[in-house]
Design a protein around this ligand. Structure first.
Ligand code: HEC
Length: 178
């Protein structure tokens, strides 16, 4: 009985030692660093492979410090912009959903909601930042190209063109914040 008690105590001690040791901390650090590397890499590949015209932009996703340019938006304008953004995300989901079911007309309709309308032109130019405006307009024009591609009912080309449009989301998000 006494022996069992001693063995149990020893095992508990070993367990505690291995959990509180430096080793486990180091492992966690490596894990976090790896996730950061991965995302940085995906980011770079996405832009360089699919959208060479945006290769000149700076991308600092793996970096600790936030180097995005702030647009200094008023609270009201900030709310309006975020609402637009959430609608953009919903449109992307609809496009993928309809494409997966070969419902090209509905996919084209969802895609056209991302196109260059007068409202979007005004929105993009109202932030007082030329580069933001340029990226915004290019984004909406790329969505118009996507709509035309979807209308040809070629699923592979449609997905390719969705990917090109998403590169503009990525590019702007890595450059600007509210
Ligand atoms: C021209 C610039 C630009 C483009 C293009 C752009 N966004 Fe954004 N988006 C922003 C900015 C700026 C923010 C605010 C980010 C911040 O302050 O951290 C934002 C925020 C968001 C948010 C957060 C919304 C919330 O309620 O918090 C989502 C979601 C989003 N964008 C989706 C998209 C999607 C999807 C696309 C492309 C289909 C897209 N955006 C294209 C500039 C852009």
């Amino acid at each position: 009985m006494k022996n069992i008690l001693i063995v149990s105590l020893l095992m508990a001690g070993l367990f505690l030692y291995s959990c509180s040791g430096n080793n486990s901390n180091k492992q966690t650090e490596t894990k976090i660093a790896k996730v950061r590397d991965d995302s940085g890499m995906r980011h770079e590949m996405g832009n360089m492979a699919n959208c060479p015209e945006m290769g000149g932009m700076k991308h600092e996703m793996g970096n600790e410090s936030d180097k995005r340019v702030s647009l200094n938006l008023s609270p009201k304008k900030a709310q309006h912009q975020l609402m637009n953004m959430r609608n953009h995300l919903e449109a992307v989901q609809s496009i993928i959903n309809y494409l997966s079911k070969n419902e090209f007309d509905s996919a084209a309709l969802a895609s056209s909601s991302l196109g260059l309308s007068d409202e979007m032109k005004m929105m993009c130019s109202s932030f007082g930042n030329e580069e933001f405006e340029r990226l915004g307009l290019e984004f909406h024009k790329s969505a118009d190209r996507m709509t035309e591609t979807i209308k040809t009912k070629d699923k592979e080309k449609s997905l390719e063109s969705l990917s090109l449009t998403l590169n503009y989301c990525i590019s702007c998000h890595s450059s600007f914040k509210q």
